[in-house]
Design a protein around this ligand. Structure first.
Ligand code: NDP
Ligand code: GDR
Length: 325
Protein backbone atom coordinates (compact mmCIF):
# COMPACT_ATOMS: atom_id res chain seq x y z
CA UNK A 1 0.00 0.00 0.00
CA UNK A 2 1.47 3.37 -1.03
CA UNK A 3 1.78 5.95 1.73
CA UNK A 4 1.07 9.65 1.27
CA UNK A 5 1.87 12.44 3.69
CA UNK A 6 -0.13 15.66 3.27
CA UNK A 7 0.67 18.95 5.01
CA UNK A 8 -2.38 21.21 5.04
CA UNK A 9 -4.74 18.20 5.13
CA UNK A 10 -7.36 20.22 7.06
CA UNK A 11 -7.55 22.84 4.27
CA UNK A 12 -9.66 22.80 1.12
CA UNK A 13 -7.17 21.02 -1.15
CA UNK A 14 -5.83 18.74 1.57
CA UNK A 15 -9.29 17.33 2.19
CA UNK A 16 -10.06 16.71 -1.50
CA UNK A 17 -6.60 15.27 -2.09
CA UNK A 18 -6.96 12.90 0.88
CA UNK A 19 -10.29 11.76 -0.56
CA UNK A 20 -8.72 11.17 -3.99
CA UNK A 21 -5.77 9.22 -2.57
CA UNK A 22 -7.96 7.06 -0.30
CA UNK A 23 -10.00 6.21 -3.39
CA UNK A 24 -6.78 5.06 -5.07
CA UNK A 25 -5.93 2.78 -2.15
CA UNK A 26 -3.28 4.94 -0.45
CA UNK A 27 -2.63 5.01 3.28
CA UNK A 28 -3.05 8.73 4.01
CA UNK A 29 -1.24 10.60 6.80
CA UNK A 30 -1.72 14.31 7.44
CA UNK A 31 -0.10 17.03 9.51
CA UNK A 32 -2.41 19.02 11.81
CA UNK A 33 -1.66 21.99 14.01
CA UNK A 34 -2.59 21.53 17.63
CA UNK A 35 -5.55 23.76 18.43
CA UNK A 36 -7.77 24.42 21.42
CA UNK A 37 -10.70 23.73 19.11
CA UNK A 38 -9.47 20.37 17.86
CA UNK A 39 -13.03 19.17 17.35
CA UNK A 40 -13.56 21.61 14.48
CA UNK A 41 -10.26 21.60 12.65
CA UNK A 42 -11.10 18.40 10.76
CA UNK A 43 -14.52 19.67 9.64
CA UNK A 44 -13.67 19.40 5.94
CA UNK A 45 -12.55 15.78 6.35
CA UNK A 46 -15.81 15.08 8.17
CA UNK A 47 -17.82 16.83 5.43
CA UNK A 48 -16.27 14.42 2.93
CA UNK A 49 -16.88 11.48 5.30
CA UNK A 50 -13.20 10.53 5.49
CA UNK A 51 -12.14 11.80 8.95
CA UNK A 52 -11.87 8.24 10.30
CA UNK A 53 -9.86 6.98 7.34
CA UNK A 54 -6.87 9.32 7.55
CA UNK A 55 -4.18 9.31 10.22
CA UNK A 56 -3.56 12.78 11.64
CA UNK A 57 -0.20 13.66 13.18
CA UNK A 58 0.33 16.77 15.32
CA UNK A 59 2.92 19.15 13.94
CA UNK A 60 3.71 22.49 12.41
CA UNK A 61 5.54 23.41 9.22
CA UNK A 62 7.80 25.75 11.17
CA UNK A 63 9.10 22.94 13.44
CA UNK A 64 11.83 21.10 11.53
CA UNK A 65 12.62 18.58 14.28
CA UNK A 66 8.96 17.61 14.52
CA UNK A 67 8.73 17.25 10.74
CA UNK A 68 11.82 15.04 10.69
CA UNK A 69 10.37 12.77 13.37
CA UNK A 70 7.02 12.58 11.60
CA UNK A 71 8.55 11.78 8.23
CA UNK A 72 10.73 9.13 9.89
CA UNK A 73 7.66 7.54 11.43
CA UNK A 74 5.52 7.61 8.28
CA UNK A 75 8.23 6.99 5.64
CA UNK A 76 5.95 8.25 2.87
CA UNK A 77 6.21 7.41 -0.83
CA UNK A 78 4.64 10.75 -1.73
CA UNK A 79 4.68 14.08 0.13
CA UNK A 80 2.21 16.83 -0.75
CA UNK A 81 3.21 20.16 0.78
CA UNK A 82 -0.06 22.11 0.85
CA UNK A 83 0.24 23.85 4.22
CA UNK A 84 0.57 27.64 4.09
CA UNK A 85 -0.72 30.94 5.38
CA UNK A 86 -2.69 31.07 2.15
CA UNK A 87 -4.82 34.23 2.41
CA UNK A 88 -3.16 36.95 0.32
CA UNK A 89 -4.82 39.86 2.12
CA UNK A 90 -3.62 38.66 5.57
CA UNK A 91 -0.08 38.47 4.30
CA UNK A 92 0.24 42.29 4.51
CA UNK A 93 -0.86 42.14 8.14
CA UNK A 94 1.40 39.16 8.90
CA UNK A 95 4.32 39.35 6.48
CA UNK A 96 6.84 37.62 8.73
CA UNK A 97 4.51 34.82 9.74
CA UNK A 98 3.63 34.31 6.08
CA UNK A 99 7.32 34.20 5.15
CA UNK A 100 8.07 31.79 7.97
CA UNK A 101 5.24 29.34 7.23
CA UNK A 102 4.69 29.65 3.50
CA UNK A 103 8.34 30.22 2.56
CA UNK A 104 10.68 28.74 5.16
CA UNK A 105 8.13 26.05 6.08
CA UNK A 106 8.62 24.63 2.59
CA UNK A 107 12.39 24.63 3.07
CA UNK A 108 11.82 22.68 6.31
CA UNK A 109 9.70 20.11 4.50
CA UNK A 110 12.25 19.76 1.69
CA UNK A 111 15.01 19.28 4.26
CA UNK A 112 13.02 16.62 6.12
CA UNK A 113 12.47 14.72 2.86
CA UNK A 114 16.09 15.09 1.71
CA UNK A 115 17.43 13.84 5.05
CA UNK A 116 14.95 11.04 5.79
CA UNK A 117 13.29 9.79 2.60
CA UNK A 118 15.10 11.22 -0.44
CA UNK A 119 13.39 8.73 -2.76
CA UNK A 120 9.93 10.06 -1.85
CA UNK A 121 8.16 12.16 -4.47
CA UNK A 122 7.45 15.74 -3.42
CA UNK A 123 4.70 18.12 -4.53
CA UNK A 124 4.89 21.85 -3.82
CA UNK A 125 1.75 24.02 -3.90
CA UNK A 126 3.01 26.95 -5.97
CA UNK A 127 0.66 29.72 -7.00
CA UNK A 128 -0.37 31.92 -9.92
CA UNK A 129 0.02 34.82 -7.46
CA UNK A 130 3.76 34.54 -8.22
CA UNK A 131 3.06 36.13 -11.65
CA UNK A 132 1.65 39.21 -9.94
CA UNK A 133 2.20 42.19 -12.18
CA UNK A 134 1.47 40.51 -15.44
CA UNK A 135 4.25 40.34 -18.06
CA UNK A 136 2.41 38.21 -20.65
CA UNK A 137 -1.33 38.06 -21.45
CA UNK A 138 -1.40 34.27 -20.84
CA UNK A 139 0.80 32.85 -18.13
CA UNK A 140 2.73 29.63 -18.75
CA UNK A 141 5.67 27.86 -17.08
CA UNK A 142 8.07 30.26 -18.87
CA UNK A 143 6.34 33.56 -17.97
CA UNK A 144 8.51 35.73 -15.66
CA UNK A 145 7.36 36.17 -12.05
CA UNK A 146 6.68 39.51 -10.33
CA UNK A 147 5.18 38.87 -6.86
CA UNK A 148 2.87 41.60 -5.56
CA UNK A 149 2.28 40.54 -1.93
CA UNK A 150 4.25 39.06 0.98
CA UNK A 151 2.33 35.83 0.26
CA UNK A 152 3.47 35.74 -3.36
CA UNK A 153 7.07 36.54 -2.40
CA UNK A 154 7.04 33.67 0.13
CA UNK A 155 5.56 31.29 -2.46
CA UNK A 156 8.22 32.32 -4.97
CA UNK A 157 10.97 31.44 -2.48
CA UNK A 158 9.28 28.08 -1.83
CA UNK A 159 8.93 27.50 -5.57
CA UNK A 160 12.61 28.13 -6.31
CA UNK A 161 13.68 26.04 -3.31
CA UNK A 162 11.69 23.15 -4.79
CA UNK A 163 13.39 23.61 -8.17
CA UNK A 164 16.72 23.97 -6.39
CA UNK A 165 16.34 20.72 -4.40
CA UNK A 166 15.42 18.91 -7.61
CA UNK A 167 18.49 20.24 -9.41
CA UNK A 168 20.93 20.09 -6.46
CA UNK A 169 19.98 16.82 -4.78
CA UNK A 170 18.03 14.95 -7.47
CA UNK A 171 14.79 14.97 -5.44
CA UNK A 172 11.69 14.04 -7.43
CA UNK A 173 10.20 17.44 -6.55
CA UNK A 174 7.49 19.04 -8.69
CA UNK A 175 5.71 22.37 -8.39
CA UNK A 176 2.15 22.89 -9.52
CA UNK A 177 1.60 26.54 -10.38
CA UNK A 178 -2.09 26.42 -9.61
CA UNK A 179 -4.50 29.19 -10.52
CA UNK A 180 -7.42 29.98 -8.19
CA UNK A 181 -9.56 26.96 -7.39
CA UNK A 182 -12.63 26.83 -5.22
CA UNK A 183 -15.35 24.51 -3.95
CA UNK A 184 -17.99 24.28 -1.21
CA UNK A 185 -15.02 23.62 1.11
CA UNK A 186 -13.32 26.94 0.27
CA UNK A 187 -12.50 29.15 3.27
CA UNK A 188 -15.11 31.85 3.87
CA UNK A 189 -12.53 34.67 3.56
CA UNK A 190 -11.87 34.00 -0.14
CA UNK A 191 -14.03 35.94 -2.56
CA UNK A 192 -16.01 33.14 -4.23
CA UNK A 193 -17.11 31.58 -0.95
CA UNK A 194 -17.74 34.99 0.62
CA UNK A 195 -20.07 35.68 -2.30
CA UNK A 196 -21.87 32.32 -2.33
CA UNK A 197 -22.37 32.43 1.44
CA UNK A 198 -23.75 35.99 1.19
CA UNK A 199 -26.07 35.03 -1.68
CA UNK A 200 -27.46 32.15 0.37
CA UNK A 201 -27.95 34.41 3.42
CA UNK A 202 -29.65 37.12 1.36
CA UNK A 203 -31.91 34.52 -0.26
CA UNK A 204 -32.92 33.21 3.18
CA UNK A 205 -33.51 36.73 4.53
CA UNK A 206 -30.57 36.51 6.96
CA UNK A 207 -28.75 39.55 5.56
CA UNK A 208 -29.16 42.21 2.93
CA UNK A 209 -25.83 43.41 1.64
CA UNK A 210 -22.55 42.06 0.32
CA UNK A 211 -19.46 44.23 0.82
CA UNK A 212 -16.58 43.70 -1.62
CA UNK A 213 -13.37 45.43 -2.64
CA UNK A 214 -11.99 45.41 -6.19
CA UNK A 215 -14.60 43.69 -8.35
CA UNK A 216 -12.73 44.49 -11.58
CA UNK A 217 -9.98 41.98 -10.75
CA UNK A 218 -10.01 38.98 -13.11
CA UNK A 219 -9.26 35.41 -12.10
CA UNK A 220 -8.98 32.06 -13.84
CA UNK A 221 -11.16 29.96 -11.50
CA UNK A 222 -11.38 26.17 -11.47
CA UNK A 223 -12.63 23.46 -9.08
CA UNK A 224 -10.42 22.07 -6.30
CA UNK A 225 -11.46 18.47 -7.07
CA UNK A 226 -10.04 18.84 -10.58
CA UNK A 227 -6.86 20.52 -9.35
CA UNK A 228 -5.89 17.90 -6.75
CA UNK A 229 -6.02 15.34 -9.56
CA UNK A 230 -3.32 17.34 -11.33
CA UNK A 231 -1.17 17.23 -8.17
CA UNK A 232 -1.36 13.45 -8.06
CA UNK A 233 -0.64 13.12 -11.78
CA UNK A 234 2.55 15.19 -11.39
CA UNK A 235 3.93 12.69 -8.90
CA UNK A 236 3.16 9.73 -11.21
CA UNK A 237 5.54 11.02 -13.92
CA UNK A 238 9.02 9.52 -14.38
CA UNK A 239 10.58 13.00 -14.26
CA UNK A 240 9.71 15.76 -11.81
CA UNK A 241 8.76 19.08 -13.43
CA UNK A 242 6.71 22.26 -13.00
CA UNK A 243 3.22 22.68 -14.43
CA UNK A 244 0.64 25.44 -14.79
CA UNK A 245 -2.82 24.20 -13.78
CA UNK A 246 -5.64 26.47 -14.95
CA UNK A 247 -8.82 26.51 -17.02
CA UNK A 248 -7.59 28.98 -19.68
CA UNK A 249 -10.58 31.31 -19.06
CA UNK A 250 -10.68 34.49 -16.99
CA UNK A 251 -13.65 36.35 -15.50
CA UNK A 252 -14.06 39.49 -13.36
CA UNK A 253 -15.13 39.22 -9.73
CA UNK A 254 -18.23 41.17 -10.81
CA UNK A 255 -19.22 38.55 -13.40
CA UNK A 256 -18.57 35.71 -10.96
CA UNK A 257 -20.97 37.50 -8.57
CA UNK A 258 -23.60 37.74 -11.31
CA UNK A 259 -23.52 33.96 -11.73
CA UNK A 260 -24.07 33.46 -7.99
CA UNK A 261 -26.88 36.01 -7.64
CA UNK A 262 -28.52 34.92 -10.90
CA UNK A 263 -28.63 31.31 -9.76
CA UNK A 264 -31.22 32.17 -7.09
CA UNK A 265 -32.93 35.01 -9.02
CA UNK A 266 -31.42 37.86 -7.01
CA UNK A 267 -30.24 41.19 -8.45
CA UNK A 268 -26.57 41.85 -7.64
CA UNK A 269 -26.95 45.64 -8.02
CA UNK A 270 -29.53 45.76 -5.22
CA UNK A 271 -27.19 44.17 -2.65
CA UNK A 272 -23.58 45.00 -3.58
CA UNK A 273 -21.67 47.65 -1.60
CA UNK A 274 -18.12 48.58 -2.61
CA UNK A 275 -16.00 49.00 0.51
CA UNK A 276 -12.69 50.88 -0.01
CA UNK A 277 -11.28 49.16 3.11
CA UNK A 278 -11.38 45.85 1.24
CA UNK A 279 -9.01 47.01 -1.52
CA UNK A 280 -5.49 45.59 -1.20
CA UNK A 281 -2.25 47.61 -0.91
CA UNK A 282 -1.23 46.09 -4.26
CA UNK A 283 -3.49 44.12 -6.57
CA UNK A 284 -3.03 41.34 -9.09
CA UNK A 285 -5.35 42.73 -11.76
CA UNK A 286 -5.72 39.77 -14.07
CA UNK A 287 -4.68 36.12 -14.18
CA UNK A 288 -5.15 33.80 -17.14
CA UNK A 289 -3.32 30.49 -17.20
CA UNK A 290 -2.20 28.45 -20.18
CA UNK A 291 -2.51 24.78 -19.14
CA UNK A 292 -1.17 23.38 -22.47
CA UNK A 293 1.79 21.58 -20.84
CA UNK A 294 -0.40 19.91 -18.20
CA UNK A 295 -2.73 18.75 -20.96
CA UNK A 296 0.07 17.43 -23.19
CA UNK A 297 2.21 15.74 -20.52
CA UNK A 298 -0.27 14.81 -17.77
CA UNK A 299 -3.38 14.39 -19.90
CA UNK A 300 -5.04 16.80 -17.45
CA UNK A 301 -7.92 19.13 -18.22
CA UNK A 302 -10.40 21.05 -16.07
CA UNK A 303 -13.80 19.37 -16.18
CA UNK A 304 -15.95 21.75 -14.10
CA UNK A 305 -17.01 25.14 -15.51
CA UNK A 306 -17.16 28.29 -13.39
CA UNK A 307 -20.96 28.37 -13.71
CA UNK A 308 -21.30 24.79 -12.49
CA UNK A 309 -18.93 25.38 -9.60
CA UNK A 310 -20.54 28.62 -8.38
CA UNK A 311 -23.99 27.02 -8.54
CA UNK A 312 -22.70 24.03 -6.54
CA UNK A 313 -21.26 26.43 -3.93
CA UNK A 314 -24.46 28.48 -3.60
CA UNK A 315 -26.52 25.30 -3.25
CA UNK A 316 -24.13 23.94 -0.60
CA UNK A 317 -24.29 27.22 1.36
CA UNK A 318 -28.09 27.24 1.19
CA UNK A 319 -28.22 23.67 2.47
CA UNK A 320 -25.71 24.43 5.24
CA UNK A 321 -27.64 27.51 6.42
CA UNK A 322 -30.99 25.72 6.30
CA UNK A 323 -29.51 22.96 8.48
CA UNK A 324 -28.12 25.44 11.02
CA UNK A 325 -31.16 27.70 11.20
P1 NDP B 1 -6.23 26.51 2.94
O1 NDP B 1 -5.98 27.85 3.49
O2 NDP B 1 -7.64 26.00 2.84
O3 NDP B 1 -5.41 25.43 3.80
C1 NDP B 1 -4.15 25.73 4.33
C2 NDP B 1 -3.70 24.57 5.20
O4 NDP B 1 -2.41 24.86 5.76
C3 NDP B 1 -4.63 24.27 6.40
O5 NDP B 1 -4.70 22.88 6.58
C4 NDP B 1 -3.87 24.91 7.56
O6 NDP B 1 -4.15 24.34 8.82
C5 NDP B 1 -2.45 24.57 7.15
N1 NDP B 1 -1.43 25.36 7.85
C6 NDP B 1 -1.35 26.71 7.95
N2 NDP B 1 -0.28 27.07 8.68
C7 NDP B 1 0.33 25.91 9.05
C8 NDP B 1 1.48 25.62 9.82
N3 NDP B 1 2.23 26.59 10.36
N4 NDP B 1 1.83 24.32 10.00
C9 NDP B 1 1.08 23.34 9.47
N5 NDP B 1 -0.04 23.55 8.75
C10 NDP B 1 -0.40 24.83 8.53
O7 NDP B 1 -5.53 26.46 1.51
P2 NDP B 1 -5.96 25.67 0.16
O8 NDP B 1 -6.34 24.30 0.50
O9 NDP B 1 -6.86 26.53 -0.63
O10 NDP B 1 -4.57 25.67 -0.63
C11 NDP B 1 -3.61 24.64 -0.44
C12 NDP B 1 -2.24 25.17 -0.83
O11 NDP B 1 -2.24 25.57 -2.19
C13 NDP B 1 -1.77 26.39 -0.04
O12 NDP B 1 -0.37 26.29 0.09
C14 NDP B 1 -2.12 27.56 -0.96
O13 NDP B 1 -1.28 28.65 -0.69
C15 NDP B 1 -1.85 26.93 -2.30
N6 NDP B 1 -2.60 27.46 -3.42
C16 NDP B 1 -3.97 27.53 -3.33
C17 NDP B 1 -4.71 27.95 -4.41
C18 NDP B 1 -6.20 28.05 -4.35
O14 NDP B 1 -6.77 28.73 -5.20
N7 NDP B 1 -6.86 27.39 -3.41
C19 NDP B 1 -4.03 28.33 -5.68
C20 NDP B 1 -2.60 28.18 -5.65
C21 NDP B 1 -1.93 27.76 -4.56
P3 NDP B 1 -5.37 24.87 9.75
O15 NDP B 1 -6.59 24.13 9.29
O16 NDP B 1 -4.93 24.51 11.11
O17 NDP B 1 -5.49 26.35 9.51
P1 GDR C 1 -6.56 35.43 -4.28
O1 GDR C 1 -8.03 35.02 -3.84
O2 GDR C 1 -6.07 36.63 -3.57
O3 GDR C 1 -6.56 35.47 -5.79
O4 GDR C 1 -5.69 34.20 -3.75
P2 GDR C 1 -9.22 35.85 -3.19
O5 GDR C 1 -10.43 35.05 -3.42
O6 GDR C 1 -8.91 36.28 -1.80
O7 GDR C 1 -9.27 37.19 -4.09
C1 GDR C 1 -9.56 37.15 -5.48
C2 GDR C 1 -9.77 38.56 -6.00
O8 GDR C 1 -11.00 39.09 -5.49
C3 GDR C 1 -10.79 40.43 -5.07
N1 GDR C 1 -11.77 40.82 -4.05
C4 GDR C 1 -11.90 40.24 -2.84
N2 GDR C 1 -11.26 39.20 -2.27
C5 GDR C 1 -11.64 38.82 -1.03
N3 GDR C 1 -11.05 37.77 -0.46
N4 GDR C 1 -12.60 39.48 -0.33
C6 GDR C 1 -13.28 40.56 -0.85
O9 GDR C 1 -14.15 41.13 -0.21
C7 GDR C 1 -12.91 40.95 -2.19
N5 GDR C 1 -13.35 41.92 -3.02
C8 GDR C 1 -12.65 41.83 -4.13
C9 GDR C 1 -9.36 40.44 -4.54
O10 GDR C 1 -8.86 41.77 -4.45
C10 GDR C 1 -8.67 39.55 -5.61
O11 GDR C 1 -8.35 40.34 -6.72
C11 GDR C 1 -6.15 32.86 -3.85
C12 GDR C 1 -5.60 32.09 -2.62
O12 GDR C 1 -6.17 30.81 -2.60
C13 GDR C 1 -4.09 31.94 -2.72
O13 GDR C 1 -3.64 31.09 -1.67
C14 GDR C 1 -3.75 31.35 -4.07
O14 GDR C 1 -2.35 31.22 -4.21
C15 GDR C 1 -4.31 32.20 -5.20
O15 GDR C 1 -5.72 32.27 -5.05
C16 GDR C 1 -4.01 31.63 -6.57
Amino acid sequence: MRKAFITGITGQDGAYLADLLLGKGYEVHGLVRRSSTADVNDHRLRWLGIADRVRLVDGDLTDLSGLIRTVQEVMPDEVYNLAAQSFVRSSWQQPLLTGTVTGLGTANMLEAVRLICPKARFYQASSSEMYGLIQEPEQSETTPFYPRSPYAAAKLYAHWMTVNYRESFGLHASSGILFNHESPLRGIEFVTRKVTDAVARIKLGLKDELRLGNIDAKRDWGHSRDYVRAMWLMLQQDEADDYVVATGRTVTVRDMCRIAFGHVDLDLDKHLVIDPDLFRPAEVDVLLGNPAKAKAKLGWEATVTLDEMIREMVDADLARLRRHN
